[in-house]
Design a protein around this ligand. Structure first.
Ligand code: SAM
Length: 383
């Protein structure tokens, strides 16, 4: 029994996908809801269905017995990703390949990424497109020559900003954002008057401290929207975190990154660079991203993180029955043991070392990082 199966069964859910997740010959019953009611980007398979639970949001349940080692799911739907700046020379910007800390052979100084092969470099360029390359080049130009200004250590004990503080922070930069936007729009419309006030707003933004990884997060997310507009729904459908910022400083880093980006992004990206879109990215990524770690040493090196929406429907258990493994940019999920029809399919959100922690420490980690009280079987039994 896994994370949420111990809870009383959920009421009929609008998320039930059994009708399309089973072969039609096994499913004489009409669908509970038309497929249009399914969240965008949800994983669909004859092996499982996604259902609403009473206390742990949506979760994945086996629709048939699944023998150990069965291949269950493959998520190749990477949306946004962040490679921490300190790993940019060692980890491939496209496939996240790593050569035990060696600098990779191919570096694209303009965009600030390294690649393990020319194929990865070309694919990365192809995926990002001309506008994407221009965006990363502008960010790199701004970031490269600045001293390291961000505070890399996240103090988990700081109070997380709540709704009112978050709304206030975003509202407080809107006037400056509007001035910068107008100044940028004047670059393609000479009827727009740019005054001293516009220029001041722009230079104030550019001189503000930079938090490179926050900036990368925003660029990656906004570029995803630009290059895959119809898949933005997949991000919107993810569980939302109402308190996605670790601290007031973290929230400030996001509002500053927003102003920076307004000042430097290629013009076609400006309509998407809105406070509301950056907030959507923060609130959806927060509880749904997967760590991008080294594939050896139980993933001891943390290179960054990314968001694969379909993979985000698996809940956590401290004794998971599904094992996940990253192959390049793709996550693969296999049955870690024999699973019975009706069992919840759970992965673990903990890294190798964290899995060995005591129940109390695991729960604390899950509460602080993911914001939930773990009620999986392993934690329940240990009570
Ligand atoms: C990646 S999402 C998993 C899918 C999510 N339940 C949904 O509805 O989209 C992670 C969130 O699911 C919930 N969750 C996952 N595992 C849980 C568990 N063992 N106990 C309680 N809540 C859990 C938490 O709210 C967590 O922040």
């Amino acid at each position: 029994m896994d994370a949420v199966e111990s809870q009383p069964s959920a009421p009929a859910s609008i998320y039930t996908v059994s009708s399309i997740s089973r072969p039609s010959s096994c499913s004489p019953v009409p669908p509970a809801e038309p497929p249009s009611a399914l969240p965008a980007g949800i994983p669909v398979s004859p092996l499982f269905e996604v259902r609403q639970t009473r206390t742990a949001g949506r979760a994945v349940f086996a629709t048939q017995d699944i023998p150990k080692d069965t291949f269950i799911w493959r998520s190749d739907d990477l949306t946004l990703s962040v490679l921490l700046r300190e790993y940019r020379r060692e980890v491939c910007g496209h496939c996240f390949g790593y050569e035990y800390g060696r600098d990779l052979a191919i570096r694209d100084q303009d965009v600030g990424f390294a690649f393990c092969s020319k194929a990865c470099l070309y694919t990365w360029r192809d995926w990002n497109g001309e506008i994407g390359v221009q965006a990363w080049t502008a960010v790199e130009k701004l970031t490269k020559n600045r001293a390291k200004e961000d505070n890399e250590m996240v103090d988990e004990d700081l109070a997380r900003p709540r709704g009112r503080e978050i709304r206030k922070a975003w509202a407080s930069v809107e006037a400056q954002a509007a001035l910068i936007r107008t100044a940028r729009e004047a670059e393609m419309d000479n009827t727009i008057q740019v005054t001293k006030q516009h220029r001041k707003a722009m230079s104030r933004a550019l001189q503000a401290p930079i938090t490179p990884d926050v900036m990368s997060f925003c660029v990656s997310g906004l570029l995803f929207y630009y290059t895959h507009p119809s898949d933005w729904e997949n991000i919107l459908a993810l569980a939302e975190d109402q308190t996605p910022y670790h601290s007031t400083e973290d929230l400030d880093a996001f509002t500053r990154a927003y102003l920076h980006l307004l000042a430097i992004l290629p013009l076609p990206l400006l309509p998407l660079a809105t406070a509301s879109n950056v907030l959507i990215l923060s609130s959806r990524d927060s509880h749904n991203s997967f760590g991008i770690r080294s594939l050896e040493d139980e993933g001891s090196e943390f290179f960054g993180y990314g968001c694969w929406p379909a993979a985000s429907y698996f809940n956590h258990s401290c004794g998971p029955n599904v094992e996940k493994r990253r192959e390049g940019q793709v996550w693969e999920f296999r049955a870690g043991r024999d699973i019975e029809k009706g069992d919840e399919l759970c992965i673990t959100y903990l890294s190798g070392e964290e899995r060995k922690l005591s129940r109390g420490k695991r729960m604390l980690r899950l509460r602080k990082t993911w914001g939930f009280e773990c009620a999986c079987e392993r934690c329940d039994i240990a009570l």
